[in-house]
Design a protein around this ligand. Sequence first.
Ligand SMILES: Cc1ncc(COP(=O)(O)O)c(C=O)c1O
Length: 433
Amino acid sequence: MFEPQGTRSLRPPVAALQVTYRRMSESITTESIIGRHDRFMSINYPRYPIAMARGEGCHLWDTDGKRYLDLFAGFGSGLLGHCHPALVDAVMRQAGTLWHSGNLFHNEPQTRAAEAIARHGFDGRSYFCHAGADANEAAIKLARLYGNTRPGPAGKRFKVISCSQSFHGRTFGTMPATGQPAVAADYEPHLPGFVQVLFNNLDAVRQQIDDQTVAILVEPIQGEGGVNVPDDDYLPALRRLCDERDLLLICDEVWTGCGRTGQYFAHQHWLADAPPDVMTLAKGVGGGLPVGVMCAKPNLAELNNAIAQGTVRHASTLGGNCLSMAVTAAIFDVLERDQLVQHAAELGQHAMNRLGQFAGTCHQVTQVRGHGLFIGVELTTAVKPIVQRCLELGVNINGTQETVLRLAPPLVISKEQLDEGLDVIECVVAAAD
Ligand SMILES: Cc1ncc(COP(=O)(O)O)c(C=O)c1O
């Protein structure tokens, strides 16, 4: 039977640390944490009135000691679950060795992480930063450099086509690429050169390409948009279109990268032999630490080559710091060692089958979609109360786009754990109005 190492009990040093934390935190109450949060923090997220205190594998415990089965893993960031022994080892070893020497020096963890991304992805060169928006900013800047070197009849090309309901970040560069109007509202004037078209519609893309277009930015499966899976011919057709029109195909794999969908990178479901020109990663690639990656084909990475270009084009002081990179490299080691990508594919299929059968008996479910352990359940009813009820029953799930229930458990989850979570979800959904 499958038993990924992350589901075993934590090793003694980690367990000891957690006991120490528990002792330290005995006097800390949920109320005091929330009260101090509201007094001292910028309230930029609506939060549940729960303070999480610790995690192990696929479980979280709040300050009051209540246990939750975590089927959302911090927006997918906890790819290997909480405090995975191999990641704890990697952090502890690296923490006592070297944190950051600055990017004027080489270091082994950074190189190893880049090697792993190229080995499992395509022959790309990685640039490391801290977040998904960071990685997409880098990709948009790279597209501009490409457009300078390959101008059209109207001069430099700089326009980027992305999709409605997409999410690419909240920075000034990524906000106008994000296809959710609420994200960019009230921050006008926006950076020019962005247009959105319907997802999964090739004609819509064709109609928007003009002499200034340089790139198409697309999530292989839309995450924040509701786990929207395109038709099988969509990405291959986009790839061909990009080749015909000399456009860069940029795949935003911030949600879908690193095995989550049952392939190392989701574009591999459709573009196994013709990868994107640029791929961006974040969330799972850091396993809970802030890591962003832009991986670009060698000819494009050359545009950022500080030596060849005679100047630093794009950079980040702490990008690729040893501590984060040791974790990123260890994540790929564990994915490979424990065959977790295959596990995600198989368990995802099990969950899709089970939820599909449930949908046949429950009028509140109109569609189940996804790949691997990235699953969306479209409901006829508001998703918020369902998420709330599941939390009360000790299962952490997520809702997006008002009516889509979203599951993204750690890839180390066992079939028994997943079924336990699905039992709760099905009961709660069936009981909803
Ligand atoms: C597909 C995608 N790209 C980019 C981002 C932005 O990532 P970050 O929040 O790490 O900046 C997100 C965030 O949810 C995302 O889902």
